[in-house]
Design a protein around this ligand. Structure first.
Ligand code: ATP
Length: 216
């Protein structure tokens, strides 16, 4: 299959959704799936699915559909789910604790293997199975453990400084749960997850749009 470097971001965002459903089909003993079946299950129209898959050279066969196992293995590799990815968590407050408790490993090959905080009460302890290190050790630990991806759950006031240190630690990606937009060099990818914002948007949509406007 082709290189995955140039696929549109919208396609990339759908990959985990496809992957999850393909795994489900595989566990259910299904060998093949049509784009129409997939479409109904993952709520993406079948033309979009065909276009998404064509970026990977997975064209499907007329009257046969897609080979579930092939596609599942391919997505697994593409999403780096064929090997365990260690990620770190910075800021073990309420949200940080919730993330530490969340079992990323259950359905996906990811786990939080290190956490960092300034709070002396928890530094040096193990929280939900994850060691908490002092912030002073962050750059060294991240490099040593070859951790490229971190989740940032520090208070807003501490976010930019933490991000600066993460850049020093040469991380490649930051899942930013703080409400501020952190500044990092272009080679570091930031994904913002602002839960309050999402909730506000949902409330606004419910108040202002009818459900049949959903996709527009
Ligand atoms: P949350 O925002 O996750 O609900 P909280 O309200 O429990 O958290 P916050 O004050 O937001 O607490 O702090 C989150 C965590 O970040 C705490 O464990 C705190 O000790 C830690 N923290 C605060 N400042 C820093 C910093 N500069 N570097 C790293 N961790 C920090």
């Amino acid at each position: 299959m082709n290189s995955t470097n140039k696929i549109p971001k919208a396609t990339a965002k759908r990959l985990p959704i496809y992957y999850r459903y393909l795994r489900y089909l595989h566990e259910d003993g299904k060998d093949r799936v049509s784009s129409t079946e997939l479409s109904e299950a993952v709520k993406v129209d079948s033309a979009t699915i065909r276009r998404d898959f064509s970026y990977f050279g997975a064209l499907g066969k007329r009257g046969y559909g897609y080979d579930v196992e092939d596609l599942m293995h391919f997505f697994s590799k593409t999403l780096k789910q064929d090997r365990l990815t260690n990620v770190a968590l910075i800021g073990v407050g309420n949200l940080g604790h919730a993330l530490l408790n969340y079992n990323f490993h259950q359905n996906n090959n990811m786990r939080i293997s290190a956490a960092f905080d300034i709070n002396k009460e928890i530094v040096g302890t193990i929280q939900s199975g994850v060691p908490v290190y002092p912030m002073e050790d962050m750059v060294q630990q991240l490099k040593m453990q070859q951790i490229d991806v971190v989740m940032l759950t520090v208070p807003t006031s501490a976010a930019q400084e933490a991000a600066n240190n993460l850049v020093k630690a040469e991380v490649k990606g930051i899942l930013n749960f703080t409400p501020i937009r952190i500044s990092v060099p272009d080679h570091v990818r930031v994904q913002n997850v602002d839960l309050a914002n999402e909730l506000q948007t949902l409330i606004y949509f419910i108040d202002h749009y009818k459900t049949d406007d959903k996709d527009s």
